[in-house]
Design a protein around this ligand. Structure first.
Ligand SMILES: Nc1ncnc2c1ncn2[C@@H]1O[C@H](COP(=O)(O)OP(=O)(O)OP(=O)(O)O)[C@@H](O)[C@H]1O
Length: 247
């Protein structure tokens, strides 16, 4: 199979995408951030979104996650048209199916690591004792056993990002959206965070959409797309079928 392919096909044209968009257009005033984007994202794949600063990567991620108003276009999740949902329904979908990690983990600074990680579970109505147990076990899986009582300010950048990843994964999202999750880290910490993130995603079958400027970060992905000037201009495949992703 050719390493270069049309992005509307994605990496597994015979499979059913988990998340797709068609003809996405988003503008901010006179700035056209997305100018007609088609992307298919397949279950279990780790997709890197690359491209120059200001090209529309974050806007694409926000559009796929249903947090930005579209001028035109559709986003389909699991066969359902997300653009047809009410804001309350979209919000419920985000809470139940999507996880988010940002460049600076955006942990709540006054809450301990374990309290930060348990937050999504508490918001979902899980009793506190069970939420804390699950949060602790996710911190363990991220190599942070013993760090549960630390405040974000008492941890290194890499440790704090691991807490942010634990918080994003604790309610078992189907898709993890990550916007430059290693952008604030040195290269060793970035490498470790990416290894942990992709190992966990593959072990749990979580689909990951990750924005990065760093080719070393993108090298951990199964596939990458390039956003340029509001358009997806190219993509490459690192493996032949999304179903090759170890579950
Ligand atoms: N809330 C906003 N209001 C106005 N313009 C915006 C807004 N968000 C994004 N833009 C503009 O839309 C375009 C795309 O921005 P976006 O943040 O998606 O790019 P990006 O590729 O993620 O950039 P970076 O790599 O620097 O984070 C840019 O011209 C940006 O200035």
């Amino acid at each position: 199979m050719s390493m270069e392919m049309d992005m509307s096909l994605g990496c597994n044209s015979s499979g059913v995408p988990l998340l797709s968009c068609r003809n996405l257009r988003v503008s901010f005033g006179v700035t056209e951030a997305l100018r007609g984007v088609d992307v298919d994202i397949y279950p279990g794949e780790v997709l890197a979104v690359m491209g120059p600063s200001g090209s529309g990567k974050s806007t694409l991620l926000h559009a796929l996650a249903g947090v930005v108003k579209l001028d035109t276009g559709t986003v389909t999740y699991n066969g359902s048209d997300v653009t047809a949902l009410s804001e309350a329904e979209r919000s419920a979908l985000r809470l139940s199916a999507f996880g988010f990690v940002f460049q600076f983990g955006q942990l709540l600074p006054d809450l301990s690591a374990v309290d930060n990680v348990s937050l999504p579970l508490l918001l979902a109505g899980i009793p506190r004792r069970r939420a804390l147990q699950q949060a602790k076990s996710w911190l363990d899986r991220l190599g942070l056993a013993g760090f549960g009582d630390k405040l974000p300010g008492e941890m290194s950048g890499g440790q704090a990002q691991r807490v942010a990843i634990a918080r994003a994964l604790v309610n078992a999202p189907k898709i993890l959206f990550a916007d430059e999750p290693t952008g604030s880290l040195d290269s060793l910490a970035a490498e470790n965070v990416m290894l942990t993130l992709t190992d966990l995603a593959r072990a749990t079958g979580t689909t990951v959409v990750i924005i990065t400027h760093d080719p070393r970060t993108a090298a951990h992905a199964d596939r990458e797309i390039i956003v340029r000037d509001g358009l997806v201009t190219s993509g490459s495949v690192a493996f032949s079928q999304a179903s090759d992703v170890p579950q």
